[in-house]
Design a protein around this ligand. Structure first.
Ligand code: UTP
Length: 293
């Protein structure tokens, strides 16, 4: 069966980033760099690797740098050219004109509300969602793994990872069903979804990890603007309503995930990625040994 391709990706980046204050007072959390690339760039590169070129940023006040990051930096580039500097480092920040649209979420009413703000641009098509503060490192990338599974399964897909029991209450958690044949155990049917459950009430320790492929009908569910955990309009609750109406599966991500919205995850990602960089690994390892010694 052929399913409508996923051509659009929504990046909700209008959150307040309070866990990173004061760093995020004047700059968006998604502009914080891991080594030398801001979080948003990792997410955009992951989308493009999966063949998704139409990018929709849901932004808020003080977030223009996210859009500027993918624009031409005329003065910088002219000066670099005059000084014979290599501009290839900027190549991943170039977007085909017209392929980046930003919409505003005037008030941070929750992730579900942020997604709903993109409804007019998403239109009547399946679409991907990336939470850029969840850094997914894998080869192929997380969204590429999902798009490949989507080509077979259609419907709605979320990426999940397994976490220790004591962490489940911080995330959206799935009620797992059966595993369809032919995917090497990587796909699980989703029977239910709950946002930030108490540890003892969590239906599993498989958490939703920041990547989604959803059908446009989710916008109609979000339209009701019902609030859930924390008084926010939750995407998890809207997705839960889709279960039973449309196919809903989870893809267990074969790769590593860093929760860069929290300080420890951010530091772990910085160290892990620096240790994998040919130009930095030896020096970073020596530095770490010195600091620990
Ligand atoms: P988080 O739960 O990480 O919230 O949002 P936050 O505001 O970014 O950070 P903290 O918790 O205050 O430190 C998950 C994702 O949803 C977006 C965020 O930008 C982030 O990418 N989001 C959240 C919105 O775009 N709008 C919202 O109203 C809430």
């Amino acid at each position: 069966m052929t399913h409508k391709p996923v051509r659009k990706a929504v990046f909700p980046v209008a959150g307040l980033g309070t866990r990173f204050l004061p760093a995020t007072k004047a700059i968006p959390k998604e502009m914080l760099p891991i080594v030398d690339r801001p979080l948003i760039q990792y997410a955009v590169e992951e989308a493009r690797e999966a063949g998704i070129e139409e990018l929709i940023f849901v932004t808020g006040r003080g977030k223009v740098s996210l859009v500027d990051h993918f624009d031409t930096a005329f003065e910088l580039e002219t000066t670099m050219r005059e000084r014979d500097k290599d501009l290839s480092i900027l190549a991943p920040t170039r977007i085909e004109p017209g392929n980046l649209v930003s919409v505003r979420q005037q008030e941070p009413l929750g992730l579900g509300h942020a997604i709903w703000c993109a409804r007019a641009i998403v239109g009547d098509e399946p679409f991907a969602i990336f939470l850029p503060d969840e850094l997914m490192v894998g080869s192929p990338g997380c969204m590429k793994q999902m798009v490949d599974a989507y080509a077979e399964l259609g419907g709605n897909l979320i990426s999940v990872i397994e976490v220790p029991d004591e962490e489940v209450s911080r995330y959206g958690v799935i009620t797992p069903g059966g595993k369809p044949d032919g995917f090497g155990g990587a796909i699980t049917e989703v029977l239910g979804l709950v946002e930030k459950p108490k540890r003892e009430e969590a239906p599993s320790n498989l958490i939703v990890s920041g990547r989604y492929i959803l059908q446009p009908e989710v916008m109609r569910v979000l339209e009701a603007k019902e609030t859930g955990a924390g008084g926010e309009i939750q995407l998890t609750d809207a997705m839960a309503r889709m279960i039973g109406q449309q196919p809903f599966h989870a893809v267990t991500f074969a790769g590593r995930r860093f929760d860069c919205g929290a300080k420890l995850g951010f530091i772990e990602a910085t160290l892990a990625l620096a240790l994998e960089r040919e130009d930095l690994a030896d020096d970073v390892r020596a530095l770490a040994v010195r600091l620990l010694g």
